[in-house]
Design a protein around this ligand. Structure first.
Ligand code: SF4
Ligand code: SF4
Length: 165
């Protein structure tokens, strides 16, 4: 059985258990009716929500500054189970966040797409059945020019306008 959240930050482990979920569950019920495990599976593992953002004139701008706990190679959180205890401003990507603050999520975020009535893209691991497809399609943070927040003083110098953000 899916052991949430211990397996939630291990993409390979997560998708091995896909057969125990209802096929295309994300098309059959609204986001508000998903189980915790289904919610977690919807995350494509892109890592883009773990970029630091700044607000200027009521507009959210993404930077290329990654949270110190984001592994830039796997694009997964290294402290997922304890993230809210260790990082005070780590945001819970829950239904409330998705519906009320979609601007803090990238345009490609699966939750944001489904909330907009859109389909998951072909590179989403739930569609491709390959946890690496998000990286292979260039949709994750893998191989992007990132800097750790431990090395940055002025975030405004790091604003990026990548088309998928
Ligand atoms: S942006 Fe969305 S899909 Fe990507 S890692 Fe964050 S929650 Fe998951
Ligand atoms: S602590 Fe939060 S912001 Fe940092 S990598 Fe983990 S999930 Fe992302």
């Amino acid at each position: 059985m899916f052991d949430w959240p211990k397996k939630a930050n291990n993409q390979n482990y997560r998708y091995q258990e896909l057969d125990s979920f209802e096929p295309e569950f994300w098309k059959k019920k609204p986001l508000s009716a998903l189980s915790k495990a289904e919610w977690e599976l919807l995350c494509d593992g892109c890592g883009k929500c773990c970029l630091n953002k700044i607000g200027i004139r009521n507009q959210v701008s993404f930077t290329n500054v990654r949270c110190r706990f984001l592994d830039p190679q796997t694009c997964l959180c290294q402290i997922y189970e304890h993230r809210f205890k260790k990082v005070s401003d780590c945001r819970d990507i829950n239904l409330d966040t998705v519906l009320n603050e979609p601007e803090i999520l990238p345009k490609t975020c699966a939750y944001r797409l489904l909330a907009q009535g859109k389909d998951l893209p072909s590179w989403h691991p739930l569609i491709s059945k390959n946890p690496d497809s998000v990286h292979l399609a260039g949709q994750s943070l893998q191989n992007r020019p990132l800097v750790s927040e431990t090395e940055v003083t002025n975030y405004e110098d790091h604003i990026v306008e990548w088309p998928d953000l």
